[in-house]
Design a protein around this ligand. Sequence first.
Ligand SMILES: Cc1ncc(C[n+]2csc(CCOP(=O)(O)OP(=O)(O)O)c2C)c(N)n1
Ligand SMILES: [Mg+2]
Length: 1354
Amino acid sequence: MIETLMKINSIMYHCSIIYSSCYFLLTFLFFLIHRTYAAPSLKLTISPDNKYIDRDSEISISCELRDPADSEDKPVLYYVDPRTKKRTAVTRALLNGKGEKQDIPDLFLNNQDRERYKYEGKNRIKIIKAQLIDRAAYECECPDCAIPPTKDRKEFFVTKYVDPILSVTPNQLVEGDKATLRCQVDEFYPFTSLEILIHHHTMKDKGEMQIVNDSKNVFGHNLKWNASIPVQADWHEHTFQCIVKQGEQTRRNEKKLSVLFSPRFSVCHEKQHIDHEKNDETNTEPKIECSYTGNPKPQIEWYKANNEKLIDDYNKGGISIKEESEPFGVYKSIVKFDRQKLAEVKNGFKAVADPNEVDSNKNYFQKLINQGFLVRLNPNNLTKIITIVATEKEAANKQFGNNGHLLLARLNYLCLLGSLLLFFKIFMKYFQLLFRINPLHKNIYRSYKHQTKIFGYNPNLKNTPSNIEEIQTNLTRYNKSRCSNPSVSLLIDAYRKHGHQLAKTDPLELAVKSTIPELDDNIFPQFTINNSEDVKNLIGLTISDEEDKLPSNKQEWIQLLQKRYCDKISIELEYIESDIERLWLARRFEELRTLKLEPTLQQRIAEHMLKCEVFDQFLGAKFTTLKRYSGEGAEGMMAFFDLCFDKSAQSGVENVVVCMPHRGRNNLLVCMLNYPAAVMFRKIKGKREFPADVKSTGDVLSHLYTSTDLDYNGKNVHVSLIPNPSHLEANNPVAVGKARSKQLSLKDGHYSSNDKNDETRHGDKVLCIQVHGDASFAGQGIIPETFQLSHLPNYSVGGSIHLVTNNQIGYTTPQNLARSSRYCTDFGKIVNCPVIHVNGHRPEEIVQATQLAYEYRSLFRKDIIIDMVCYRRWGHNELDDPTFTNPSMYKKINEATMSPASHYLQSLIDSTIVKKGTMDKKIKTFRDMLEEQYAQADTYQPKAPHLERQWSGFIQAKPNCTQWNTGFNLSLLKFETLSKKQIHPTIERAHVLKRKQRIDTEIGLDWSTCEALAFGSLLLQGYNIRISGQDVGRGTFSQRHCMLVNQQNDDVYVPLNSLYEKQTGFLEVCNSILSEEAVLGFDYGFSIDNPNNLVIWEAQFGDFYNGAQIIIDTYISSGELKFLTQSGLTMLLPHGMDGAGPDHSSCHLERFLQITDSKEDGIDGDDVNMQIVNPTTPAQYFHLLRRQMIRNYRKPLIVAAPKLLLRHPECISSLKEMDEGTSFQRVLGDNQVAADKVNRVLFVSGKHYYTLCDARLKLKRQDNIAIVRLEEICPFPAADLRQEIKKYKNATQFIWCQEEHRNQGLWTFISARFENILGVKLKYAGRQVLGTPAVAINEIHLQECEQILKMAFE
Ligand SMILES: Cc1ncc(C[n+]2csc(CCOP(=O)(O)OP(=O)(O)O)c2C)c(N)n1
Ligand SMILES: [Mg+2]
């Protein structure tokens, strides 16, 4: 015992020694590292920062001493010849080829005229148009410095990529002959590796490789690879590939091979037997199967074992030979035996084809079975013969010996075990997938490729209808019934497919069709009902008693189908890809066609329609000259709304977001959505719709909006009718975005924190209803864009219900001129959206349509459209005369004796469902209410609805400029999250680790690192962030990488969402479709809903925002003024004149400035309509992003975002600049100059600042020129600028310098304000006017750049 204890003691003692040694070693190492960081260091920068640089690029090389605070030392830049390794210090003289010739490397000898190598300053050179010969290593060293002897070294290659040339000879490859394979690449550079493949087998080692340098061009490579290899049969149909890695690129060429080779068997067993006793397996015919390969295809013949050719008519005798050809030179022959006949042979039964040959037939079979077959391939040259023995079981036993069975059984077990293992392996591999994606539902739902939950998308969420099993069972039953009743199902299919073409959905009956060829009786000639019970499964019939009797012949079936599909309502569904959806829709539609409405619902609908009509009559009577875009002719829409809101309330939907154009909008507002009629009357009378003390311009009558609670039988639903602009359909993506934001707030579906595949589904709590006009739905491009968003993970709302108020005309344009498609709803088909066409004058059919739409959306969470065909009682507005342009249509409209509402009322009165007196009373009460409100209109005090609910606590921005402490605790900023999830090695090295290193050292933080810090800090504070736009996850310039992709399985990982366990704010990364308008509209909608979400939309390049100009004009810039809806939407617009040509250079800040309400001769405050910034440091950008959330009001922020600055070595910030107590600076002054010596002040905004600093340094003008940056342009930072200007008492010249052309950029905006507000008349230094944003000729671009600097400095 004591011994054991001593042993334990001794082990522990040794452990503690090892532990403390490691501890001391680590501490020492840490100390060393710390020392290294603390010391000044040499930095060699080569830009572009790539090991492989493209030819013709411009390369900048600089060598500098970092942190030279107390050092005057100058480092030296050396050129290292890649061949001789000779090192030469780089000087101006050297670059110009001056000095002793033998000392000048070849490279610079020819640079006498300074053509390609430019001396840019001490230790800074530039290579113009890089050539292969420029490949070199450079070193940065400081021989005379006091710093420790460190050096920085970098090497780069200049590339020239060339595709390989491949050849294979001879042309016709024959198995066994020698082939010469050759791959050649001329004049490329640099070579990294070669790979030669045939199919997946490498051939590189089988040949000879030569890499030759052309003597004239020391760096060019000529590569040759040759091989002479016997041709193999398995090369046939495979490719020969030559893959040459050149620098970072892989260039390849490939050739498909065709080989002539002798045929051979692969599957054919030499011994097979036919067991005729297995009569029980009636479905399995005994057969011999042979597969064989050959090129060209071999001929095959079957012989009897005695080499006698099989009689030609062997088919007669119950043997059939079938040949099948399969891909890749494989052919198959199957010899089948008729089991019956084999049995007869055994039993001596005499029934064969020819009664005269009974015996011989019997013998013939017996012989065949006993003797077996010969199979002969290519009989001409007899290359291959194989024997196949076809015997009875007993014969087989004899041949294999007594243990034959046992042996076979063992072999079988082994095979079984092997295949079980294989199956298990495969099963395990797909185990996860099986449980996550039910293949049945794949065609119903789209999803990301990846399988793990990320914010805003949860692959584990139940995404199938709750009764999917039932639907599936129906489908199976239905399919069976189809097989047993083909005639009936063909007829039903024809009606489901084409019935809508005959439907009487147009109340005006403008283009009535009574027949179409597809539904002609005569094309169903042999109509039989095989199984009348079974037929029931083919059609939805369960609702009505009247339909319980099934039709018993063709005519009855046709009558039934016509009633279903060709009456006042029909449906289009033939293009829907999913069988399940198509069948469910058809059957449910058929069922609902017999729906009998409850009398209470009928009364309610009649009341709504009548109120709608009365409201129009009231307006018409009180305001005779008013353009009210009445709902007259389209009152049926009230049935749709009533049912949708009611069903939402009953099914637990908390919010319904509705967007709607002008037609009938005011009717809905007053008649159903509790909008105070008095406010509307005030509006008509020219008074304000909001109180006088809020800053608002209001909007026209047809753009009013509301948000209200509706009660249906004690169940509540909140309905928001969002504001709409005149630009038709622009409000659709806005509504969808707003709905999705509500889903985020309510943790609906994909936003739910519930990880399990439970009953929760996306769209449970919020429904979006989109209402359209027929002409605008068909004409506006924003509609297909919005449909394209509808199924995508970060944009889906679980389906919208669409209603088209199809009055068959748009302004004066009739249907035939309003579109080329058959229906105005055809855009919906791009996403398989079902369309129900319904006669707008048939409220009960509208109810059927709405019921189906609601159920479909609830079950499948997809969009569905109701096309309500109606008419427009008046012209486009009530003052227009529509008969000028549409006489025949209006003849019919004017002939109508009864309005749709009165018509419906009458039918209910006739069937005693409604008493006239009761309805009159109700309508009178409504009319009295309108009168009362009319009387109050002038004195009514309207409310401002903008700072309620989630907006309470927020204010309208004030007319002064406020400063916000947007800094953040440093140690929290350093808080990091590291991915361990198989990320790309380059991303890990150049992005994750680099960032980490910068954050650790607290300096040198670049743009995207600071963006990540801003995001992280806001998330820590509980705000959500949504960044949306094309490729935003990676970033257009590969700078952001806020979304990392697992290189093994494509899973997406957002590190910022794993900050800490109880994190409440999350980042949603939304890589959008290639749309600007719908996506920006969507994101704007998202931003107006909840102020606690930072919504960022990023354009791929700044100028592309103009595709979304409608959203900017009608919502972003003016939304708050018109509707009081605040938005903190942040638009990132990459901008900068980098020589990238007209379309990628400018985000047109001048246009944004033109639509701001900044004052040209007064002081701006926070209350400008939009804030426009052009920040120059990452820290400034950090503060701007945070400022968007920290403030107590919201304003759209337009950011001229960087491109080159993302990696500019000077454009960096330190962590301190983001510490607590710091904030965004509207103006950045010059702290490098002595103010009293300055005689010229250059004002600049954006990245041009760095060009000016560089030029000032080169020209040694630091003493007398100050450079002042305008970081915020609107609101115009007058006070900050005044402070700056005051500093330069001796300055006499004030210049505005910009890189944009004179008619663009900020010039016109700022010059007027400098003069009017600051009293400074600026001189202009910049490009002259131009009709495009930039030239596309680099020479001219560079001349212009030089010219700007001349103007600024001379
Ligand atoms: C984008 C856009 N272009 C033009 C107009 C002018 N405009 C107002 S209503 C209208 C007709 C719209 O027709 P439709 O969509 O069928 O709706 P309806 O007025 O018939 O209900 C037009 C052309 C507009 N408002 N928006
Ligand atoms: Mg219309």
